[in-house]
Design a protein around this ligand. Sequence first.
Ligand SMILES: [Zn+2]
Length: 341
Amino acid sequence: MKTGIVYSDKYLKHFLGRNHPEKPERLEQIIKDLRGSKSLLKKIQIVEPSPADQEEIELAHDKSYVEKIKKLSKSGQMLDLDTPINSDTFDLALLAAGGTASMGRSIVEGEKKNGFALIRPPGHHATRTSGGGFCYFNNIAITTRKLLKDYGLSKILIFDYDAHHGNGTQDIFYSEEKVLYLSLHQDGRTLYPGTGFPDELGEGDGEGYTVNVPFPPSSNDENYIAALREFLIPLSKQFNPDFIMVSLGFDSHREDPLTNLEISTDGFEVLAESVIAQAKRLCDGKIGFVLEGGYAVEASADSALRTIGALTTQSPPDLPEGKPLPVFEKVKDLLSPYWEL
Ligand SMILES: [Zn+2]
């Protein structure tokens, strides 16, 4: 079975303005490099997406919010200071959500081994009722809801290692126990959207099912590897998901112009290998990656190709030793009523 890569040239039409960092070149470079890699092309299949319908979007968003985006798309307006809407926005946001959902479906139905949705616009800042931070509809949340509802899955882990906290994804699943949301991100005191602190743990039935590990600026590969050992591996083992979804932003790369983390291209490969290995141990290898941010064009493309390489590899190398950060102890203390870490 092959790795499914969802991609359409239509995603390059999404245009936010000449100097906007969320630019088409981000994705154009990834697909260009991928098409130039003969060894990877043998192991993947590029799949053209179709748009989600409005009902699917409403699995994760209020109808009034979906109508608002549709209406603003006709008139053209700003959703927030960084997130303009134009006449293509609504249709392209539907296509991004639809592409992500079709990737999820193809893996669950056993047509594809695993996958990566190379989509724009991204989604993890979109809450149930609001967008922002370059996001309109929450692609990963819509797909997660769809897999739970239509395919009888009972538990899904969402692992998010975009540099920014996925406040939208957290919001949507905050009171649910079927979805464990684990986010590794730059500390909200130093980066948009200013959320994702360790004491945000979920509520009601979802208490303990939101896990935030904030990293101080300059955190590096070794710090992230330690977080894989201390959080991703034990939490995923205890939660024992049927499927793993990954919000992947390459803006935690050390070359990214918008953030202050220090992950290298090699580090991105280790992160991908580690979560893919967990999917093999826990859920028959069922894992789907979804593109979020990443604004250093070449570094993002290099890291994306390493990630796709990891998806097509049989057995990853052992995880190297890491260097834990003081904040890890605080997170573990807060999680101690729910998980053994
Ligand atoms: Zn980001």
